[in-house]
Write a protein that binds this ligand. Sequence first.
Ligand code: FAD
Length: 471
Amino acid sequence: MPASALPTCAPPPPQTSYDVIVIGGGVVGACAAWRLASRSASVLLLEQHDTLHRKGSSHGESRIVRPTYPEEHYTRMMKTSYELWGQAQTEAGTSVFRRTGGLDMGPRGSKDMDAIISSAKAVGVDVDVYHDAKALARRCPGVVLPNEYVAVVNGDAGYVHATKAVAMFHTLAGSKGAVIRDRCRVERVAPVAAPTSGVEVVYSFVDSEAAGPLTNVVRARCVCVCAGAWSGEMLRDVDEGGLLETARWAKAGRNTERVDKLASLPLPLTPIHTSVTYWQLRDNTPRELYSSGSLPVFICYDTKYSNERTPQCYGIYGFPCSEVDMPGCVKACLHSGPPITPAGGMSLNSHLNARRDPIAHEPSVRQVQPFLRSVMPGLNADAPVHSEGCIYTMTPDHDFIVDTLLEERANAASPPSTLVAVAAGFSGHGFKLAPYVGERLADLCMGGDAAAKAREELNVLRMDRFAKARL
Ligand SMILES: Cc1cc2nc3c(=O)[nH]c(=O)nc-3n(C[C@H](O)[C@H](O)[C@H](O)COP(=O)(O)OP(=O)(O)OC[C@H]3O[C@@H](n4cnc5c(N)ncnc54)[C@H](O)[C@@H]3O)c2cc1C
């Protein structure tokens, strides 16, 4: 069949009304769809690119999964996330997680290292603390702990294969009845005109652009925005290039909560360009030193490894040589990078399509080299053998945003029901917690006691912490 005869758009889904519409098919949206569909909600997931595309934040070979965190709330959330990672793999009959143990290191007495040790203690995570290089070398012979560092080792950390995990969650969601549509871009999110409650979503079929936009309108009780780096521009008023008709929302509001939350917009989300870099072993380095038997996944919390324009995000992280990544190479990367700043008025999609960012950001690569030379001298730090780009979506405090943006009450005495929920700003550490976030989004969307409990638990991730900070 000649290319011109191929269909130019996905067939419209027969159903036009759902319980929940999830916007974005990265790991967070996929987990939300899975958890919602598991509770028998009718779910439509809309993804603007191919389901397993490489333009967002969830693609690639590996992501660290670890119970240790400087922030106690994430250490607690990881308990639920670990259970759900296990449940997902059992339900899917596949394995995406590899346990390697985890090594956190950084300056002794630093805020992060002290907090990791105290969070682990408070939540009951088993860790071994190492104060000197010789003791750590018996556990991790390829690592030279700098004199001024302390190290924390735990046995439960490891990594997941990222793209495979996203595919797993999509498959699980689909198997529970969720409708998944890729190459469908959401263009508008608006309230359904009173007296009917709910949300209306307008989306276009990306493939039909050449022939002129073809759109579809669907309705739901509730919408989950899981749009990664695109969340910032999505959650703005239409007049500012966003998708929300905030004036209509404000007018439709029957309670002040809704209007208060709108005042938190635009959310302070900054996409940044990060570089993933792979390093080869030196010719005479025994491979066992850096394979998963002796090298755990690692994070170095040292503020000297950073990008001056993104100071809230610093350090080096990495993975042992493995069979899923580049064999014979260690993946070691800077946990930072420069902000992505589309030229005036340009959308993130146009900016990314114009490929303005290099595959690897040279200054980021140069930050990894001194770390490797001092801490992992068995690696050749002259130049990475492979590099690629990815996006983090930063918040000013490096904490996620998981919240309801719009809620509605039938009357003043009734509990709020969620119209729009948001999960964004994962700041380069959201993958491991995506199952937890998906579960809580399902709580928020399904209502009842679970929603009230989720609101309480998610208090620390509320979006209006930034609105308060601005006052
Ligand atoms: C290099 C790198 C390493 C990382 N390492 C770790 C790690 O070791 N451990 C860890 O826990 N986390 C890690 N992270 C962070 C983690 O990968 C992210 O937090 C997570 O993938 C974010 O997922 P997401 O679903 O929010 O975003 P995304 O994966 O970007 O998904 C958002 C989706 O929304 C879609 N979308 C946007 N707008 C629209 C629209 N209008 N209509 C329809 N669809 C739309 C996008 O196309 C996209 O697919 C890392 C990230 C990177 C980049």
